[in-house]
Every structure is written in C-alpha cells, then in structure tokens.
Design a protein around this ligand. Structure first.
Ligand code: DQA
Length: 139
C-alpha cells in the first residue's frame, strides 16, 4: 500500500487561491492519483486532514507497515516538528510534494522541516508532482 497524505487546507483545492494552486479540485487530485496507481498496478490510499493528530496517526500506521508515503504537509511543512518526527520513523520512501514552487513564494515557505528526512522533494509542478512521486515509488 502506498499512502498519499495531504495536510491542512488541501481539501480546498480548486477554490483556494487558484492563481497559485490551480483550478483542479481535491476530488480531481484523488481521481488522478487513483488512475495513476491503477495504471502502475499499485494500491493507493489517498487522505486529507486538517487535524495534526490524525496525520500523526496515519504516519505511525505507515511506519508500522513499512509503507511508502507521498506527503503534501501543507503549511506544516514549514514548522511542524511532530510531523517531521513521525516522518523520520518511516521505513519506506517518503516523497514530499508541493503543488506550488515554494521557493518562488514568501520567505517563510522556503524552509521545510520535512525535507531532511524525505527521500526526495517535488515542488512547483502542480498536481503532476503526485503522479511523478507515485511513478518514482513504483519504479
Ligand atoms: C503547499 C505549499 C505550502 O507552503 C502551503 O502552506 C500549502 C500548500 C503546496 O502544495 O504548494 O498549504 O504545500
């Protein structure tokens, strides 16, 4: 099982700052990940939460399973040490994905507390980043 986990505000995709995040809705993102996973012959579980404790529990379960994770931590990327610590427990691959190019944006988005414990990072490629992350994991 591959987990695609999305943090705060990503359920608002499509209406949230479309100039930055595009018009693709969260449901479109879910559908695209499902289709990509099917094409790759992989099983994927796609989730979103605005609650830190829920994300921590999902990461703990992924760590216990030794599963690979595609994670868009949203704003938690930039400050949440508890999420980072849970990411550090993972035994499978961890691909950190950002829809926007965080390095082109406000300075507070330039640093990720997650990247140092991630296998790799994709930023600025829109929702295509999720597809590339899934393809990489399945290679
Ligand atoms: C984001 C970038 C973050 O800075 C922001 O807080 C998000 C989304 C992205 O996908 O570009 O919520 O992770």
């Amino acid at each position: 099982m591959i987990y695609v986990l999305n943090g705060p505000n990503l359920n608002r995709l499509g209406t949230r700052e479309p100039d930055i995040y595009g018009k693709t809705t969260y449901q479109d993102l879910v559908d695209m990940c499902q289709t990509v996973a099917e094409d790759l012959g992989a099983s994927v579980t796609i989730r979103q939460t605005n609650a830190e404790h829920e994300m921590l529990e999902w990461l703990h379960a992924a760590a216990d399973e030794g599963a690979d994770v595609v994670l868009n931590p949203g704003a938690w990327t930039h400050y949440n040490i508890a999420i980072r610590d849970a990411c550090a427990m993972l035994r499978g691959k961890l691909i950190e994905v950002h829809i926007s190019n965080v390095h082109q944006r406000e300075e507070f988005r330039h640093h990720s507390v997650i990247s140092a414990v991630a296998t790799g990072v994709i930023a600025g490629l829109g929702i295509d980043g999720y597809r590339l992350a899934l393809e990489h994991i399945c290679r």
